[in-house]
Design a protein around this ligand. Structure first.
Ligand SMILES: [Zn+2]
Length: 368
């Protein structure tokens, strides 16, 4: 939950007591995971909600009575009025967050707030840095005054592979056990792309629960690849409770492997015990620590706020801030002549970080 600095807008916060502060807040929902729409109720009437078209469909399906949901097209700058009396407003651009269907990053641009980028939950891919809205007329990344960053896996120990490699790990696990059924533990919406790949590669329908099937039909995510009838496919998506029955199922002579998909596993772990084989595969919709560093180095935000409560004390947070500010010093230290560099360094508010980077050496070599 974040109150956008200097304007009356809130992102992923529906418990925020706006009436205490200002009665005219507007709300944004980055994606339809429960930890982000927490607080939204069937009788919500505290302000308009802006989100992607997919998220809007999911909200309306969950709470048909909720009023004031507006979907915004991605990749387009939208002017949103904040105060009808003064015509104050803010430009808003949604960028695909590569997290789950309908998930967006939000770029706010306004006279009061400057340029604010809110990533929501996101899985970094390099093409994000080429997004038109993030580039100026010379192709450089625009100044970002404040970055709100999904730092779930900022700890340096989380360097799990890209999704396509993890997808191959899932393929391999299934191919290693050609006679077995497959149970994949997942309770979150968001891995449908993987399931469609599995259906096509292994020529089977994917068995899912009625709630997930309803959402897949609603968003038209290849519903023909899915079924709710467990007799119609041998790859099944199960929840925690169902996964507890894996041992019993194998004891009953129905050979079944178990697969867990989560970045918290860090790397592939295969385990066999009492005739039951399980795989823990780090397929994640969040960025790993190296991807976060690549992203923040490129964005060079003036200020960074971490949004993941579970990673509030992550060792990686300070590294990200340090690298961001160190790189930012490139802007403040023009490589003109060697003589003025020491003086400029002293004036730079982030000068203490210069000692920890190799950048001054690079500047020196350029000057020579
Ligand atoms: Zn999420």
């Amino acid at each position: 939950m974040v109150k956008v600095p200097k304007i009356n807008a809130i992102v992923d916060g529906f418990k925020y007591n706006s009436q205490l502060v200002c009665p005219n807040y507007i709300f944004f929902l980055t994606h339809m995971h429960s930890d982000h729409y927490n607080g939204l109720t069937p009788t919500w009437n505290r302000g308009p909600i802006y989100c992607s078209s997919e998220t809007a469909k999911l909200v309306k399906d969950l709470y048909p009575q909720v009023q004031g949901i507006t979907s915004l097209e991605l990749d387009v700058k939208h002017w949103i009025t904040l105060d009808k009396n003064t015509n104050e407003g803010v430009n808003v651009t949604f960028i695909d967050a590569n997290h789950c269907i309908g998930a967006v990053m939000i770029l706010f641009q306004g006279d009061k707030c400057g340029n604010i980028l809110y990533t929501g939950d996101f899985r970094f891919i390099p093409s994000m840095l080429n997004h038109e809205s993030l580039l100026d007329s010379s192709g450089q990344i625009i100044n970002i005054d404040h970055l709100f960053l999904d730092n779930t896996f900022s700890d340096p120990e989380f360097i799990f592979p890209p999704q396509d490699i993890c997808m191959q790990m899932v393929f391999n696990a299934i191919e290693e056990n050609p006679e077995s059924d497959v149970w994949i533990k997942n309770e979150c919406f968001g891995k449908e792309k993987l399931y469609v790949e599995l259906a096509e590669k292994f020529k089977t329908l994917i068995v899912i629960c009625p709630k997930m099937y309803r959402r897949i039909c609603l968003l038209n995510l290849s519903p023909e690849k899915f079924t709710t009838n467990e007799n119609e496919g041998y790859i099944r998506i199960v929840n925690t409770e169902q996964m507890r029955g894996l041992n019993e199922r194998n004891k009953n002579q129905i050979s079944t492997i178990g697969i867990w998909l989560t970045g918290w596993m860090k790397h592939l772990v295969k385990h066999s015990e009492n005739g039951v084989t399980t795989y823990k595969i780090p397929y994640s919709g969040h960025s790993n620590s190296e991807e976060l560093k690549t992203f923040t180095r490129a964005i060079k935000a003036k200020n960074t706020t971490f949004t993941s409560s579970c990673a509030r004390k992550s060792k990686g947070n300070s590294e990200i801030v340090e690298e961001t500010y160190s790189r930012k010093s490139d802007v403040y230290i023009p490589p003109t002549t060697p003589e003025i560099l020491p003086k400029r360094r002293i004036q730079n508010p982030y000068s203490s970080h210069l000692k920890k980077t190799k950048k001054p050496k690079v500047l020196g070599s350029k000057i020579q």
